[in-house]
Structures are given as C-alpha cells and as structure tokens.
Ligand binder design. Structure first.
Ligand SMILES: [Zn+2]
Length: 126
C-alpha cells in the first residue's frame, strides 16, 4: 500500500503542469519507507489538473532520503522565517498606523478645546 506525504514540497520545479503552473514536487512513501518523488499539479485550489510524472525513476536510497528530508526541513525553516519577518513588518505597520490616527485625534481634540477657551474668553470680554 502506498501513502502520500502531506507536505513534501522541496523547491519550485521548472516543470509545468497542464495548468501552466510550476509543478509541485511531492514524495510517495511505500511500506518499506522507501521514497520516490513525483511532480503534481501546482494549483493550490480545487481546480487541479491532476498532473503526475515521476521525478525519480526508482525509490531513493536511505542516504538520499535523509538528504532530501533535510533539504525540505531547511526550505520549510526559510519559509517560516520569511513569514515571521512579514508578520513582524505588518504588526509594526499596524502600530504605526494606530499611532498616526491617535495623534490626529488628539490634535483635533486640542484644537477644539482651544477654540472653546477662545470663545469663552471672548464671551467674558463682551
Ligand atoms: Zn495543474
């Protein structure tokens, strides 16, 4: 029986699926824990073209599997770091925008208070 790994994208391939997208590289594992990679549709939604083509002619040897898994781990770490950096940038942008809005609101309140004081003083003088 063959089972497919759920997340085995190693890197972008130059292979195109029938959608014209870059095909994903996934790994198929058999009962002996031997791995064989294949290309599949690069679409992330339900409109898959079901493209399939073996990348490896035969299942990989143990050393090759370890190397591939390590490459995948490094790729996922890089992806995670890029997402964490982007999240931090967005959080900083949100904080900056909130500060600008708060400053604008305070400026309006201060202007309104000054106007009220001026009107009050003018009323007292008259
Ligand atoms: Zn496709």
């Amino acid at each position: 029986m063959i089972s497919l790994s759920s997340s085995s994208l190693v890197a972008s391939s130059n292979h195109l699926c029938n959608c014209g997208l870059r095909a994903e590289i996934r790994t198929c594992w058999n009962d002996e824990m031997m791995a064989q990679r294949f290309y599949c549709c690069g679409s992330q939604n339900a409109n898959s073209c079901y493209y399939f083509k073996w990348l490896d002619d035969e299942p990989l040897e143990d050393d090759a599997i370890i190397t591939r898994l390590n490459d995948e781990r490094l790729h996922l770490q890089d992806t995670l770091h890029a997402y964490e950096t982007r999240v931090q940038e967005l959080e900083n942008a949100i904080i900056l925008e909130r500060s600008r809005k708060m400053h604008k609101a305070l400026t309006s309140v201060v202007g309104l208070v000054c106007l009220m004081i001026a009107l009050f003083v003018a009323f007292l003088v008259i």
